[in-house]
Design a protein around this ligand. Structure first.
Ligand SMILES: Cc1cc2nc3c(=O)[nH]c(=O)nc-3n(C[C@H](O)[C@H](O)[C@H](O)COP(=O)(O)OP(=O)(O)OC[C@H]3O[C@@H](n4cnc5c(N)ncnc54)[C@H](O)[C@@H]3O)c2cc1C
Length: 423
């Protein structure tokens, strides 16, 4: 902390950024690098929540955000809880229904095609925007530039996925290579077999400790004179023409504030009167002390299990769980993931006694919310990055910085404008 409370020095700032996950830390850096004095507020140390527990992939290939399934077979499979990629709490569905209905609506082919056009224009900058920060933060040791593997057990599924991937790669200038089972075994000697093949997405970078990456970015922010404070974002209140938030170092006031609270954004936007179609897809991970790990993340695509080699061990991450954000954990997908991943590699003992749980901050139209709050002139929204927050944090932070300073934005901001949901 830059200002120990014993000194009674109150931090001052032009901008308060609320939330120090990848999105908030990237926002703080983007605004600082534009010359603003920034106070970054979180109730914990940076990068301890969702941005800690993800699969660590900077997904350059993710030009198509996860759509709501439109085929009845796919919907019935989810409803019947067949498969491991999606799980849900029945009791959560009534509250989730309005947002899910809008998610379904936004996933109709025409509307979805527009989203892919917008999303791909943003995703194409994800590596360059991270690279700048990785170099400045001296975080190269956390990053691998070898891509990741989307693997299939069934031959027919692999063929279908391979055709689709090749088409996407050609449409979006992506580099992907198809590996048959022998090619995969040669590339990844730690695998036990049982896979028909894999799509090797070669553009993405992967991170061996995403929480540490956020901490390094936050350290860069502090070294450059930024202020990091512990405080509860829900104490934000209007003060004169600006905002005030209570922190352990005393109240902080600033003319402008940015809400970058990821899955907790509704804790502030709702009391401010905004009704945004936000929901969470919870996810779990657990590390295993595998003696031999794959060299890059590998998705067991039919089962929605990702095996990510991390500093802490082999991290198994799970797909989506539709539930209330704060309902107790139900790690059934994580339990199945352990069994399924054990068929592919020798897992070793679990590192933690219980799985970690986090929540992807999702928006019904699959686009993050980036820009000025519709009814508050000096309040900014920056949240809702869903499955790709690690990927997009620095890219949307650049966009927010340009909007903040009234400059021409480097990508079209309209698809991300908070006003798309009305006032
Ligand atoms: C299992 C899993 C795998 C994933 N894999 C990937 C991947 O490979 N690639 C990718 O790009 N994305 C991935 N994601 C998604 C990604 O992790 C998220 O989109 C991203 O971390 C969201 O970042 P954020 O900064 O918005 O939220 P967070 O990281 O959750 O940050 C929000 C911050 O707000 C703080 N906060 C909350 N309430 C308050 C309060 N009242 N007062 C003060 N502070 C508060 C929290 O402490 C936290 O630090 C994955 C997610 C999961 C769950």
């Amino acid at each position: 902390m830059s200002h120990p409370s014993s000194s009674h020095t109150q931090p001052s700032a032009d901008v308060i950024v609320l939330g120090a996950g990848i999105v908030g830390v990237s926002t703080a850096l983007a605004l600082q690098q534009r010359g603003h004095a920034v106070c970054l507020v979180d109730r914990q140390a940076p990068g301890c929540e969702t941005s800690y527990g993800n699969a660590g992939i900077i997904q350059r290939e993710a030009v198509q955000p996860y759509a709501f399934p439109r085929a009845w077979q796919a919907i019935l499979r989810v409803v019947a809880r067949q498969g491991n990629d999606v799980h849900y709490h029945l009791r959560a569905l009534p509250a989730l229904a309005p947002a899910l209905a809008r998610y379904w609506h936004a996933s109709a082919p025409g509307r979805y095609a527009d989203t892919v056009t917008a999303y791909s224009a943003l995703i194409r900058h994800c590596i360059a925007e991270h690279e700048r920060l990785i170099v400045m933060a001296g975080a190269q040791d956390l990053v691998r530039k070898t891509g990741w593997l989307e693997a299939y057990r069934g031959g027919a599924a692999f063929e279908r996925a391979g055709r689709a991937a090749t088409a996407v790669a050609s449409d979006h200038e992506l580099d992907c290579v198809l590996l048959d089972s022998a090619g995969l075994a040669a590339a990844e000697p730690a695998l036990r077999g049982g896979l028909a093949g894999a799509i090797h997405w070669r553009d993405p970078w992967t991170v061996t400790h995403p929480g540490e990456l956020v901490r390094r970015y936050a350290a860069l922010f502090e070294q450059a004179g930024g202020t990091l404070c512990r405080g509860d974002a829900t104490t934000l209140q209007a003060s004169g023409a600006g905002w005030r938030v209570s922190t352990a170092d005393g109240p902080v006031e600033a003319a402008q504030a940015v809400i970058a609270l990821g899955p907790w954004a509704p804790a502030l936007t709702r009391p401010l009167g905004y009704r945004l179609p936000l929901f969470v897809k919870r996810g779990y991970h657990r590390h295993y002390a595998a003696e031999a790990m794959p060299t890059m993340p590998l998705l067991d695509a039919e089962n929605g299990v990702l095996l990510a080699p991390m500093q802490q061990g082999l991290r198994l991450t799970t797909g989506a769980e539709f539930a209330h954000h704060d309902a107790p954990p139900t790690p059934v997908q994580s339990v199945r993931a352990e069994r399924l991943a054990g068929e592919l590699v020798r897992l070793g003992a679990p590192v933690e006694p219980t799985p970690w749980m986090g929540a992807r901050p999702c928006v019904a139209d699959m686009r993050p919310v980036v820009g000025r709050a519709p009814r508050h002139a000096n309040l900014w929204f920056h949240f809702g990055h869903g499955h790709q927050g690690l990927t997009l944090g620095p890219a949307t932070a650049r966009l927010l910085g340009e909007l903040f300073d009234g400059e021409a934005p480097y990508v079209d901001p309209t698809p991300y404008d908070p006003r798309r949901f009305g006032g």
